[in-house]
Design a protein around this ligand. Structure first.
Ligand code: C2E
Ligand code: CA
Ligand code: CA
Ligand code: CA
Length: 279
């Protein structure tokens, strides 16, 4: 606390008050953003080693009326703290299912998978499984085209419940990817209990793979672990052909990153698919 003249105690200096004001404004704006349809999904393409398109990861963007495009790092943490991640996360899953439904109508896009990020609070909410099941059923989409990206820290908590939830969703085909893999502390013993379909190698191991021997060793270990568990491995943050080649050399055959495309709006994404598939 700060002495502010007289006997008055002020707990915050003006800078701190300003930070709090910005937070409150952001929170209020976030509440309105869903109602006003200011959220959009961008799509980042995922490729295999033969440069065939596998699908995409959906990444949320906020089109703010004054601030323009706002990245998730700016608002997802606050959305998690305030619980607003629940309606936002629901919107993401609904929108993803609606998109898979649209893709079902065209031969070019019919087999594309769509990966969606799920936050810890969202996964732990009551009825999460039912909410996903309901979306998959209402949109009548093949469940195996929806891939939920979970993080290691999210999975550590209450493993029995987690396994039961994942298995229930597996029943309707829903797939699971372990996002940011390698940044947590999961043991092989632990991972083998989880019905995972994919490991996603964190971009921090991809960035310096050309020069950092530790990163090379980590990637190799992740691929070896995945082979034991019969799980696919995708690398994120692949920016150069050199990185792609090195990953391929270590046995990683699925890729995502700026080398192929940034996350882009749906119309651009579909144009990209046409360009890559038609030739
Ligand atoms: P993430 O799931 O690890 O997503 C990967 C991030 O890396 C994305 O940032 C993506 O745009 C970026 N990226 C992709 N390729 C490259 C590359 O080659 N180089 C570099 N430097 N970066 C690349 P973005 O879109 O800003 O998202 C940041 C994080 O926000 C995501 O990290 C995810 O944790 C979270 N997020 C995004 N969308 C959602 C969502 O719908 N729900 C939830 N709960 N979280 C989301
Ligand atoms: Ca992700
Ligand atoms: Ca990631
Ligand atoms: Ca990340």
């Amino acid at each position: 606390a700060k002495q502010a003249g007289g006997n008055q105690i002020r707990f915050f200096n003006p800078e701190m008050q300003e930070i709090i004001n910005v937070r409150i404004t952001l929170e209020n704006e976030l509440r309105l953003a869903i109602e006003k349809s200011q959220f959009h999904l961008y799509y980042q393409i995922q490729m295999d080693s033969a440069n065939r398109v596998l699908g995409a990861e959906a990444l949320i963007r906020w089109m703010h009326p004054e601030r323009g495009l706002v990245l998730p790092a700016t608002f997802i943490p606050l959305a998690e703290e305030t619980g607003l991640i629940l309606p936002i996360g629901k919107w993401v899953i609904e929108t993803a299912c609606a998109q898979i439904k649209v893709w079902q109508k065209e031969p070019l896009t019919r087999n594309l998978t769509l990966s969606v990020n799920v936050s810890a609070k969202q996964f732990r909410q009551k009825n999460f499984v039912e909410k996903v099941q309901s979306a998959v059923e209402r949109y009548a989409v093949p469940g195996n085209l929806l891939k939920l990206e979970l993080t290691e820290s999210l999975l550590q908590y209450d493993i029995e419940v987690t396994i039961a939830m994942m298995k229930a969703l597996n029943k309707i085909g829903v797939q699971f990817s372990l996002d940011d893999f390698g940044t947590g502390y999961s043991s092989l013993q632990y991972l083998k209990r989880l019905p995972l379909d994919q490991f996603k190698i964190d971009q921090s191991f991809v960035r310096d793979i050309a020069t950092d021997n530790n990163d090379k060793a980590i990637v190799k270990a992740i691929v070896a672990m995945a082979q034991i568990l019969d799980i696919d491995v995708i690398a994120e943050g692949v920016e150069t052909e050199e990185q792609r080649q090195l990953l391929l050399g270590k046995g990683c055959v699925f890729f995502q990153g700026y080398l192929f495309s940034k996350p882009i709006p749906i119309d651009e994404f579909e144009a990209l698919i046409c360009r890559l598939t038609d030739t």
